[in-house]
Design a protein around this ligand. Structure first.
Ligand code: ARG
Length: 400
């Protein structure tokens, strides 16, 4: 009996070719796994395509809720942005796909798993390392990394083997889930040229956005969004609703030069309208409810957290440790944030929280001021004491 292999299957050309290639080269029975993380494709159609390509079984798993609760929400509490801009949609999806591959491999008694990543990107690292962390006994194959076929050769291989060629001449390489859309390749490889409008599917061009602003009120409980405009919603509804509203105002386009783990600089374009609203809203509520020391230290943790997520180390004790710290910071991060959506920009215009450390009677310049200004000179005297002593003994430190 042939050994079994579970292949992460998107339904595209690469992974369809991979089904047949793995059968031929490794003489294995292929089971496909398609993870629905909010990717827009028709899952039934993908399943049928896998079976038509002679997979012995085709599993489709709805991972949307798990994706948001176990991957995106923790990253939101961390305000995780790789290189300060990328909300990590693709990077957060991979560890869940790795987990599902392992689950399906166990279910079918497979000894191998495979994915369609090439050898140039981050996704291969995330999947290989993710699987190794969860199931070190499973062998991982990456056919596209091995076969060295060009796109035209893949198409020829598909035609020869009666594999339906689907989406073969699309301009861009894309990856989608609820948290965002990653767009690469084609015309984007020239960093001097502006991304063509067709690159974007979820966000309007500014010229097409409404001339009236729109306000959205987001309720957070312990750092997680739970309601929009006063209506309690589940995570999928929240992300979809915000994504749709923000996208309509052209919010959430990202275009930057990114440093991949394998050392390549690449031009990456993203649409992440929900993240472009939720992360700043969450940060604004943190500014209101955390101390300056918490905010400062958390910023550092957040950068490490984003890096390790990007670099494929989601399943690591370091991530668990950082997560524990982040979770602890969120205890009082509850309240409501009001965001104005207008012309490609999400602006936080109001924050309120029962746990706010902002106290009007301390901050006000008006009536009811409780701040004791007479305490300031003594405080400043001691604060400046080391400088005063140093100036007296060593001369002043003015180097200008
Ligand atoms: N640069 C992004 C990342 O590393 C996007 C990768 C997109 N992946 C893809 N298979 N098209 O997370």
């Amino acid at each position: 009996m042939a050994e079994k292999l579970v292949l992460a299957y998107s339904g595209g050309l690469d992974t369809s070719v991979a089904i047949r290639w793995l059968q031929e080269k490794y003489n294995v029975d292929v089971i496909t796994l398609t993870a629905d993380l909010g990717n827009l494709d028709d899952m039934d159609e993908i399943k049928q395509r896998a079976l038509d390509t002679k997979a012995i079984a085709a599993e489709v798993r709805d991972g949307r809720d798990e994706f948001l609760k176990d991957f995106v929400w923790p990253a939101l509490q961390a305000n995780a942005l790789y290189q300060g801009v990328y909300p990590l949609a693709t990077a957060l999806g991979r560890p869940l796909i790795a987990k599902m591959l392992v689950e399906v491999a166990r279910l079918h008694g497979a000894t191998m798993v495979a994915h369609g990543c090439t050898g140039k990107g981050n996704d291969q690292v995330r999947l290989d390392v993710g699987i190794a962390s969860l199931a070190p006994d499973l062998k991982v194959l990456a056919p596209a990394r091995e076969w060295g076929m060009t796109r035209d050769e893949e198409i020829a291989y598909a035609q020869k083997n009666d594999i339906s060629v689907f989406n073969a001449n699309k301009q861009f390489s894309t990856d989608e889930n609820l948290w965002g859309r990653s767009i690469e390749a084609g015309p984007l490889e020239n960093p001097w040229s502006e991304p063509p409008e067709e690159a974007y599917l979820w966000t309007k061009a500014v010229a097409d956005t409404p001339d009236a602003s729109e306000y959205t009120e987001i309720d957070f409980d312990q750092g997680l969004p739970i309601a929009i405009d006063g209506t309690k919603l589940d995570p999928i509804q929240i992300v979809n609703l915000i994504s749709e509203r923000a996208g309509n105002h052209g919010i959430g386009r990202i275009d930057h030069i990114e440093d991949r783990l394998v050392g390549i600089k690449s031009r990456e374009v993203y649409e992440a309208p929900a993240a472009a609203v939720l992360i700043p809203a969450h940060q604004a509520l943190e500014a209101m409810t955390l101390t300056r020391e918490q905010l400062r230290f958390k910023e550092h943790v957040s950068r490490d957290y984003a890096d390790l997520t990007y670099n494929g180390l989601w399943y690591s004790s370091h991530r668990n440790d950082l997560q524990a710290y982040i979770k602890s910071t969120q205890t009082h991060v509850s309240g409501t944030v009001r965001v104005k959506l207008y012309k490609a920009k999400a602006t936080v215009v109001g924050v309120r929280s029962p746990n706010a450390l902002y106290q009007h009677d301390l901050a006000t310049y008006g009536d009811g001021d409780l701040f004791d200004q007479s305490a300031s000179p003594g405080f400043i005297h001691l604060w400046g004491l080391p400088n005063r002593v140093q100036a007296q003994i060593q001369g002043n430190s003015d180097q200008s």
